[in-house]
Design a protein around this ligand. Structure first.
Ligand code: SAM
Ligand code: SF4
Length: 334
């Protein structure tokens, strides 16, 4: 078998990681992610499950070894397990890993099948353990379902990593308890700075919390030792001596991480965005629906490599109320 022609951008970064959004819809409405009355993409524009599979296959042919399914909420897509099962067959061959980012509201129902399909790790987004804060932040009272989902995933043998967006005046004071809880449950946890993606009902400047301030606060409480752990992702890690767990920090605004970027993102409608924070895109749906899907897909991926920008241009300030990117994270795939 000839080795796949690698995807290398003009800054000599090899792209091996695809984040594939299977839907932009969601059963929560996190206030920092989307407005209450979110306009979702027209269903007719969303790729069919078979098309998503063909797309992923085309990426594997170009050296993608890790796929993360995301959204919106991937588990709200009907029959998504069919896609996951089909992709799972490539784990151990073309794919080193197939993973999922989920809000975990429906994870309890799917955990056993996900594990069976070859998923060994899931990222669960959880910003608070306080029921009222959860209901206010997600606009839905579903904390119990999320906690049951996390427990079910662990029972099924999957590693769970918690992702938490740090938000001023919302979960700011709860972060130490959340970190301690995650470590107690055997989960790594990563804190993320809120990014200016898409219009929301609130002013992002009101809840933006730089992680430099959070780390200062945590270091007054705990011994946070910079960790040698690297994942190829944007997080920097610390070992927290007192809890015995690992804490990641994703700091797109206070500390740019673009030089080591190895990833690209595709929306549920087949739009490839080479940078989360950039407007550049390539239409893969057109390639997929052309007379020569495999050939045109591969050519489109080469084009994406030529336009992938060197770095994002995120900034949050009151003067610039317009988001850095009009696309919501739920569209591009977080
Ligand atoms: N619904 C799934 C979930 O919440 O895990 C997957 C999609 S969600 C868009 C992926 C991640 O993006 C979540 O961890 C969420 O907290 C994060 N996210 C959403 N909007 C964000 C923003 N504006 N800035 C930073 N992170 C954001
Ligand atoms: Fe849904 Fe995830 Fe966005 Fe929350 S962060 S609204 S769970 S897509």
């Amino acid at each position: 078998m000839t080795p796949p022609l690698p995807l290398i951008d003009q800054f000599n970064r090899q792209i091996t990681y695809l984040r594939l959004s299977v839907t932009d819809r969601c059963d929560l409405r996190c206030t920092y992610c989307m407005p209450e009355k979110m306009q979702f993409l027209p269903r007719a524009e969303v790729l069919r499950l078979e098309e998503l599979y063909d797309l992923a296959r085309g990426f594997m042919d170009r050296g993608i070894t890790k796929i993360r399914l995301t959204g919106g909420e991937p588990l709200v897509r009907r029959d998504v397990m069919q896609l996951i099962t089909a992709l799972g067959r490539h784990v151990g061959n073309e794919l080193e890993e197939l993973t999922l980012t989920t809000n975990a509201t429906q994870l309890a129902r799917h955990a056993a099948d996900l594990a069976l399909a070859g998923i060994r790790r899931v990222n669960v987004s959880l910003d608070t353990l306080d029921r009222q804060t959860f209901a206010r932040l997600t606009r839905r009272d579903r904390l119990d379902d999320v906690l049951a989902g996390i427990a079910a995933a662990q029972d099924a043998g999957m590693q769970v990593k918690i992702n938490t967006v740090a938000l001023r005046n919302t979960n700011e004071r709860q972060l130490p308890d959340l970190i301690a809880w995650a470590h107690h449950c055997g989960c790594d946890i990563t804190l993320i700075e809120a990014m200016p993606l898409g219009k929301i009902d609130e002013d992002r400047a009101d809840h933006y919390l730089p992680l430099t301030a959070v780390l200062d606060d945590l270091e007054r409480r705990w011994t946070c030792v910079p960790s040698a752990h690297v994942t190829g992702g944007p997080a920097r890690y610390f070992d927290v001596v007192e809890t015995g767990g690992r804490l990641g920090m994703i700091t797109p605004l206070t500390n740019n991480f673009c030089s080591g970027c190895n990833r690209i993102r595709v929306t549920a409608t087949g739009q490839l965005y080479p940078c989360l924070g950039g407007g550049e895109k390539v239409d893969l749906r057109a390639a997929l629906r052309s007379g020569d899907p495999a050939g045109n897909l591969s050519t489109s991926l080469d084009m994406a490599m030529r336009i992938k920008p060197e770095r994002h241009g995120f900034r949050i300030d009151r003067a610039g109320q317009t988001p850095a990117q009009p696309r919501h994270m739920s569209v591009t795939g977080g």
